[in-house]
Ligand binder design. Structure first.
Ligand code: AMP
Length: 446
């Protein structure tokens, strides 16, 4: 199948070409014709399948020749990062259409959002909390809405947004097309789909199959040796861009700080960061300023960095679905990626569950030149320092020295780039107006 088969408007087709998409992904192949026909769609697809373009392209196609200046498509997403990514995809694919899109989420000044809404936009990509604020303050007019997308519905549920979603739905025009995308279909999302969609077409892409281009490996290790093993893996592997997952945000912060201290271009995503710093961390990861991002599942939700070469599970995820979701971030499209998972003896049952889901045994690997016999220190069971090298001038910390095999970008930088982080964008935070809750964001926790 070819994108030409959809017979998109030439301005939309130009955007597809500019984005470098050659052939539609399976979710696009299945969903686009139904969306273009005006049908409600329930899409079971995880991040990395091309689901954003599966709804963005038909939306752009619908709006390109239509009336301007009114919100005609609303996309609701669980996190600010995902909202930004959807907005960026729309901007990229709709570059030639002059259709305008705006993101709406909390944690940032509301006034620019109000100004842009007044000025007129056709697409709004919003997180539920701030959207409700705009609705209650009547700073957004959704009376001419044609199309609603609920993206990552299962995450919205996990993050406690369902009551907000229901409140929003009650206030939207009943006559509209609705698309609901979710990686999984827990009962609450099925109920929401039944309530919200009319005679929907269901499209599903092997939602539990990770991208075929990913190779997986398990690294059995004691909990206290995870950090040294992580360093060894980084040292020995040809990595471009690494996403490290930890169980808790506290651990994400500590691992990020440890890597940074050792000279790696690393940053962690955790809930306590301001929106500007979160965005700077994500932008830095996308543009290569940082080559390692350490995050929890929630904090990493929606992160779309198409060039991620490796996912390293510092901690095994809680469910097989979460494993697939994490791994979905590497091996995207035509690229190949590796997934390393550190496992302790306590993880055996989860390993079995993951293997069952994936339908095969995962390879267990050990590193020949890694000392697995080091005993856990009494004081800090989680982090064991690699033996220190003598300190010399300008060499405050031991760096993970390459054995020569892999002089690769994730190696420690000569100078620590984190010491001069990207300048923060000056943002005027006005006093909150009644009704707007600046602290209420699409990103509840990390
Ligand atoms: P998504 O699942 O929407 O997060 O998309 C995952 C990645 O695939 C993004 O980086 C998209 O730019 C990319 N992508 C989407 N559709 C295509 C396509 N047809 N061909 C190549 N890459 C694509």
């Amino acid at each position: 199948m070819d994108f030409k088969d959809f017979q998109f408007h030439h301005q939309v087709a130009a955007g597809i070409e500019a984005a470098g998409y050659a052939t539609p992904t399976p979710i696009q192949e299945q969903a686009i014709p139904s969306v273009m026909e005006g049908r409600d769609v329930m899409g079971l697809a995880q991040t990395g399948t091309g689901k954003t373009a599966a709804f963005a392209l038909p939306i752009l196609n619908r709006l390109v020749d239509g009336p301007r200046g009114h919100v005609r498509a609303l996309i609701i997403a669980p996190t600010r990062e995902l909202a930004e990514q959807i907005h960026e995809s729309i901007a990229q694919l709709g570059k030639k259409t002059s259709v305008r899109s705006l993101t709406i989420y909390g944690g940032v000044n509301v006034n620019p959002q109000i100004q842009k809404l007044k000025h007129g936009v056709e697409i709004v990509v919003a997180c539920p909390g701030r959207l409700l604020d705009h609705m209650s303050q009547k700073t957004i007019d959704l009376s001419r809405l044609d199309l609603l997308v609920l993206d990552e519905a299962d995450q919205m549920f996990d993050m406690g947004f369902l009551p907000d979603i229901r409140r929003i739905l009650k206030q939207l025009p009943a006559k509209r097309q609705t698309l609901l995308f979710s990686a999984t279909m827990p009962p609450d999302i099925r109920t929401l789909a039944n309530e919200t969609l009319t005679n929907p077409v269901t499209v599903q892409v092997s939602n539990l199959a990770p991208p075929v281009t990913v190779s997986h490996a398990l690294y059995p290790v004691g909990q206290h040796l995870k950090t040294p093993l992580l360093l060894k893996l980084l040292e020995q592997t040809d990595t471009e861009s690494v996403l490290v997952f930890t169980k808790t945000k506290h651990r994400a912060k500590r691992v990020g700080e440890q890597l940074e201290k050792l000279g790696y271009k690393a940053v962690s995503l955790q809930g306590n960061l301001s929106q500007n710093r979160r965005q700077a961390a994500l932008n830095g990861f996308r543009d290569g300023t940082y080559q390692i991002l350490v995050a929890t599942d929630i904090a990493a939700r929606g992160i779309d960095v198409s060039q991620i070469s490796h996912v390293i599970n510092y901690d095994i995820p809680d469910t097989p679905e979460a494993y697939v979701h994490r791994i979905g971030r590497t091996g995207r499209a035509a690229k190949t990626g590796d997934a390393f998972t550190m496992v302790t003896s306590e993880d055996n049952s989860m390993v079995l569950a993951i293997e069952k889901k994936l339908g095969g045994r995962l390879e267990r690997k050990t590193l020949a030149d890694f000392d697995y016999t080091v005993a856990a220190p009494k004081k800090d069971l989680e982090f064991v320092r690699a033996p220190r090298e003598p300190r010399g001038p300008g060499k405050g910390h031991k760096t993970a020295k390459s054995g020569g095999a892999a002089g690769k970008p994730a190696k420690p930088a000569a100078a620590n780039p984190h010491q001069s982080p990207k300048p923060r964008i000056a943002e005027t935070r006005s006093a909150p107006k009644t009704g707007f809750r600046p602290g209420r964001t699409g990103n509840r926790s990390s």
